[in-house]
Design a protein. Structure first.
Length: 383
């Protein structure tokens, strides 16, 4: 038997055992509740007998014991009526309610539903009925199973979240390992490409061609660097975010169809904030490529940088298909995608880079079906 199968069997055994224990506890609680309820009824029957004894007492009757029984019962609310349910007397009821006939009748109607009345025969033809409610202790005990179930549900939710978090952490380690291995595998052919590029330079190949090849080789090095940083704490550097964003923008513009109309706007003065240039470039690339996909390779794409007193905001706007409002936050969840092909990791990875590594924020600030979307990335400025 494989380890994973054993683990699943153990897990189900624990779940079934827990379920069985809960049933036993609930059953025992119910049995205890019924025993306690029967004991209270016996106490009320003794109280009724004591009242009957006092009602029929003469000068030779010993009334000490009946008085002790009556005075000892101070927990159960009781209402005594005649056979026509006309209230004659009450016991253990708040004075304000006892004096108010309407409130006393409401209490009587409630007590009637809790327990069967006890018949107190005074003579062969005359009898009274003793209606009684549960004691405060029994009422509290009545809610104990509910509280127990809620505690168990809460405990189950904590265990589930812990298991889910552990599973996600394992998956994250797996993805990080795969990313680092990918970077390692790309490194070998990349080194070879750099060597071939030097040979081309020696063969006097046209300089513009060499420059374009160098750009793509540098791009491959950047991609390798990105993957190697997954799972590691990135080093932040003091960089001009305007220049870094513009460089990524211009690289993507030069390698995108002319059917996409690119525009860029930002402050002329540098804005220095702590960022990781490689990961920031990845953020811009993911957002721009996502916008181009939303427009199906044709439309207008605008990247603008706006600063205020405390923040720097980068807005990426497109004229694509738009996003429904109920998906504004879902698009950043791992695995969510509206494309026929893809794993839905781009925007979730972008969110992680922005929020976890740069302590910024990312959100959809505007979107309209058939007209386009604007996504905003915000970073804190240095104070």
């Amino acid at each position: 038997m494989q380890f994973s199968e054993k683990r699943n069997i153990t897990r189900w055994f624990i779940i079934l055992a827990s379920f069985f224990i809960v049933i036993i506890i609930l059953w025992n609680t119910y049995v205890f509740f019924q025993i306690f309820k029967n004991e209270e009824r016996l106490k009320i029957e003794l109280w009724a007998d004591a009242q009957k004894t006092l009602a029929n007492a003469n000068e030779y009757t010993d009334v000490d014991l009946p008085f002790k029984i009556i005075s000892a019962n101070s927990s159960n609310p009781m209402i005594v009526t005649n056979s026509d349910e006309l209230i004659l007397n009450n016991n253990n009821i708040e004075e304000e309610i006892a004096k108010d006939s309407i409130q006393l009748r409401k209490l009587f109607n409630r007590i009637k539903t809790e327990n069967k009345p006890i018949k107190m025969a005074l003579s062969e033809d005359t009898y009274h009925l003793v209606y009684y409610g549960n004691s405060p202790l029994l009422n509290k005990l009545k809610y104990y199973p509910i509280a127990l179930v809620l505690i168990i549900i809460l405990f189950g939710a904590v265990v589930y979240n812990f298991y889910r978090a552990t599973k996600m952490a394992t998956q994250n380690k797996l993805w990080a390992g795969m990313a680092k291995e990918t970077a390692h595998q790309i490194g070998t052919p990349l080194s070879s490409l750099i060597g071939w590029l030097e040979i081309l330079k020696l063969d006097n190949v046209e300089e513009s061609t060499i420059k374009e090849i160098e750009k793509d080789v540098n791009r491959l090095q950047t991609i390798t660097d990105r993957f190697s940083k997954i799972g590691s704490e990135p080093v932040l550097e003091e960089k001009d975010i305007v220049e870094e964003t513009r460089n990524s923008f211009e690289y993507l513009q030069s390698r995108t169809s002319k059917q996409v109309d690119f525009t860029f706007s930002g402050p002329k003065e540098p804005i220095i904030i702590p960022i990781n240039p490689v990961l920031h470039s990845w953020t811009i690339e993911n957002l721009v490529k996502n916008a181009i996909d939303a427009m199906r390779g044709k439309g207008k794409l605008d990247v603008s940088i706006i600063e205020d007193k405390n923040k720097v905001k980068i807005k990426i706007s497109d004229t694509g298909k738009g996003i429904p409002k109920n998906q504004f936050t879902k698009i950043f969840e791992p695995g969510f995608t509206t494309k026929k092909r893809g794993w839905g990791l781009g925007l979730s990875l972008t969110k992680r880079i922005v929020q976890d590594y740069h302590k910024g924020s990312i959100k959809v600030i505007a979107s309209e079906i058939g007209k386009g979307t604007t996504i905003q990335v915000s970073y804190d400025k240095k104070v």
